[in-house]
Design a protein around this ligand. Structure first.
Ligand code: ATP
Length: 381
């Protein structure tokens, strides 16, 4: 449904803007630096990354609000933008792209009613493409019902709650039945509770309507909950692309492991390898794990493991499972739905998160068990 290939977009940097005339120096900021990805029909694809990594610029380029330096953008097989060396640039205007957009500041039209806000994008269509009055009323009614706003159709838009206003912004984007919906941090202006409930609502809607969407966020939980695929961006590049579970359980770099959730990092060296089965040496003994990374024996690596993939037990399971270390609990923290134990193993400490019914007093000797499928190898930065 969406193909983005080798997208590049740069801006004049600060220095250039301040001293442009004086030096003429080129100081370009590459907001998007050779980004490629494909979004399949019905998918919710998320661009996730810290502030300034190029998410919004990528989305705005797809929307036609930013003119890329080069690359290809296609929706449903139709080129919306194409700029390749030696070829004439093709760029369809934002209006003609006909994509649905919802941004952080939801910019509803305050002087209009809920109904009129949603009807407006249809009413301003060119003659010939504009539906009749009755069809507009039908389509608006349908979208308002989906968004559970039908009872509020006559109300002035400003007299809605924050969550209702955001649903209205979505309704307005959906009424044009866009082939692609672009969402830029649409929940970030809402309080935490509302954000969480709308997150699930958005997921349900996206599933029910099967609408292909590109979602921009710096909120990892939002990305994990909502997406069918996640692209983690850093400095204008996609550094990992995969299903939420893959990204979470098998981060390909320390950056991804740190940006998404918390991780334990254990320095190690590859000591043996058979295909995807690795044995790595750490200061406290060997670990067995599975990894698709292609690393030679002798390479220095970091083993990353999520706290919830570490088991702490009073009972040894040596012989049953491959990775078990002896340690001593140094701290324990009750988190409500879970309990964290920090266990000292030799020269490092490892964090484990588990069921709150298992709470072990600091000072207790325990066994730490690490699931080989949940250990991932990341390069040493
Ligand atoms: P955020 O989460 O803060 O919105 P982002 O990941 O969406 O960040 P972008 O807004 O795409 O990041 O910005 C990427 C880089 O491009 C940043 O360094 C930003 O300062 C720069 N940039 C974006 N728009 C412009 C512009 N119009 N002029 C100059 N630089 C820009």
């Amino acid at each position: 449904m969406l193909r983005v290939e080798n997208l590049v977009k740069s801006f004049d940097g600060e220095r250039r803007r301040r001293r442009a005339a004086a030096t003429g120096a080129t100081d370009r900021v590459f907001a998007v630096n050779d980004v490629s990805f494909t979004v399949h029909e019905g998918d919710m694809f998320t661009l996730l990354g810290p502030s300034g990594c190029g998410k919004t610029t990528t989305l705005r380029s797809i929307a036609g609000l930013e003119r890329p330096d080069s690359g290809i953008i296609e929706v449903g097989g139709q080129a919306l933008f194409r700029s390749l060396e030696g070829q004439r640039v093709l760029s369809v205007s934002a209006n003609e792209r006909g994509l649905g957009m919802v941004f952080q500041s939801y910019a509803i039209w305050p002087h209009m009613s809920v109904f009129d806000n949603v009807a407006f994008p249809l009413q301003v269509r060119k003659r010939g493409q504009r539906p009749g009055k009755r069809e507009i009323a039908e389509r608006v009614g349908r979208v308002l019902a989906t968004m559970e706003l039908d009872a509020l159709a006559g109300r002035q838009a400003t007299k809605l709650s924050g969550g209702q206003q955001q649903r209205l912004a979505l309704a307005r984007a959906l009424v044009i039945e866009p082939p692609l919906l672009l969402l830029d941090e649409p929940l970030s202006n809402l309080d935490a509770k509302l954000r969480e409930s709308l997150r699930y609502e958005l997921k349900r809607l996206q599933r029910e309507l099967g609408i292909t969407s590109v979602y921009v966020t710096h909120d990892q939980t939002e990305a994990l909950v909502l997406s069918s695929s996640v692209a983690v961006m850093r400095d204008g590049n996609i550094i990992q692309l995969g299903k939420p579970r893959e990204i979470y359980q098998k981060p390909n770099s320390r950056f991804v492991a740190e940006f998404i959730g918390t991780s334990n990092f254990i320095p190690a060296k590859v000591e043996a390898r058979d295909g995807e089965r690795y044995s790595v040496a750490t200061a406290d003994g060997s670990l067995a794990l599975n990894s698709t990374a292609d690393l030679a024996v002798g390479t220095d690596v970091i083993v990353s493991i999520r706290p919830e993939a570490v088991d702490v037990s009073a009972v040894s399971r040596t012989g049953e499972i491959p990775n078990e270390w002896k340690g001593t609990v140094v701290t324990r923290a009750f988190l409500g739905e879970a309990v964290d134990h920090v266990v000292r193993v030799g020269e490092f400490e490892i964090r484990a998160r588990g069921n709150p019914s298992v709470s072990i007093r600091p000072g207790t000797d325990v066994f730490v068990q690490l699931d080989p499928d949940k250990l991932s190898l990341v390069p040493v930065d």
